[in-house]
Design a protein around this ligand. Structure first.
Ligand code: TXA
Ligand code: MG
Length: 322
């Protein structure tokens, strides 16, 4: 396995090294507030091709382009509806990806041949620092999918990135270590190519927040999404262990539920979050832990209600599909 350099502080030097590596065509995994991303210069076809190789991801699945500031948005898009401007102003930097009509800068190797491009300004100081430094070196955006092998659980720590991708990365690639991600669930993806916002993937920016901000009723098509969102495959976000939802766990099985739910003796408690936000934050690391200790089965009691719970149930549905 190659030695991957971990840069574990937010120092200006560390970010300069990472931004320069990206400009030279290397890959840099970095934390965002949602999950860790595997970054490449979004204008470099060879570097982007390596993302697909390292992830083992089908090449027609589009990538999200990350930028540091709204002033860089214009270059990537050819059109933007009024409601998307409202969303961008309100929720960026933050856990939201907007799908917009692409400009010529967004090549087929980013969009998977679609006429739209996904853009996000992440709310994580290390990610923003990297992006700022990258822009200063002439970069226009960092393409980054979640830093996991295709179909697997997204990593929420630098160690998890190393476990997932360490053997596929080369020794010029880097992993920035920013600790555990705050949200822990991938961004809300909103298709802004039509008259109203359409939610392709639920996340921490909820249906309610979108409707409240735009005064438009958003359509949640995440359940029956026909376009190429790789996370929309039935089986996705899945650990090696089989995941069962809302059953009573028995001895030897892993268990994830809110802290007020108690388990029988012999059940291996993997997480006991006190709030739904905490549930989102610890879910993926708990599923990883199940695989690490070799559990065959994990039972999860789904959080109920609205807010982030909707996104958590969406991912659990996919993780439990077999
Ligand atoms: O929170 C996140 O969004 C993380 C962090 C790293 O930013 N990124 C992430 O990327 O989850 P990824 O590639 O694992 O998931 C992004 C999803 C994919 O399913 C992709 O197909 C979809 O976004 N996507 C990207 N561009 C799209 C487009 N133009 N049209 C429709 N779907 C798009
Ligand atoms: Mg992903």
């Amino acid at each position: 396995m190659p030695m991957i350099q971990f840069l574990s502080n937010c120092s200006v030097d560390g970010l300069a090294i990472a931004a320069k590596s990206l400009r030279q065509g290397s890959l840099v995994a970095f934390p965002t507030e949602t999950v860790y991303g595997l970054g490449a210069d979004a204008t470099n076809a060879q570097a982007v091709a390596r993302i697909y190789e390292v992830k083992g991801r089908p090449v027609d699945h589009p990538l999200i382009v990350h930028i540091a500031d709204l002033k860089y948005l214009e270059q990537w898009i050819s059109d933007i509806p009024e409601y998307a401007i409202v969303l961008a102003r309100e929720f960026w930097p933050g856990p939201m990806t907007l799908i917009l009509q692409r400009s010529e800068l967004a090549k087929d190797f980013i969009t998977g041949g679609q006429d739209t491009v996904g853009i996000r300004i992440p709310a994580n100081s290390l990610a923003l620092g990297l992006l700022e430094t990258f822009h200063k070196l002439g970069g226009v955006g960092i393409a980054a999918p979640s830093a996991n092998r295709f179909g697997q659980v997204s990593p929420t720590t630098a160690e998890a990135v190393q476990e997932e991708l360490g053997s596929y990365l080369s020794d010029t690639d880097l992993v920035l270590d920013g600790g555990a991600c705050d949200v822990g669930i991938e961004s809300t993806i909103i298709d802004c190519s039509g008259n109203v916002p359409k939610i392709l993937r639920p996340g921490a920016i909820t249906n309610f927040m979108i409707a409240n901000s735009t005064k438009l009723t958003s359509i949640d098509i995440s359940k029956e999404n026909a376009i190429r969102v790789s996370g929309s495959f039935a089986a996705h976000y899945a650990p090696l262990a089989s995941v069962f939802l809302d059953q009573v766990p028995i001895a030897g099985q892993g268990f994830i539920a809110m802290s007020d739910v108690v388990e029988d003796e012999g059940v291996i408690r993997l997480a006991a979050p006190k709030t739904h936000d905490e549930f989102g934050k610890v879910l993926y690391s708990a599923l990883r832990e199940a695989d690490k200790i070799g559990l065959k089965t994990v039972v999860v009691h789904q959080p109920q209600g609205e807010g982030i719970a909707v996104a958590i149930r969406d991912r659990l549905k996919k993780a439990s599909h077999n």
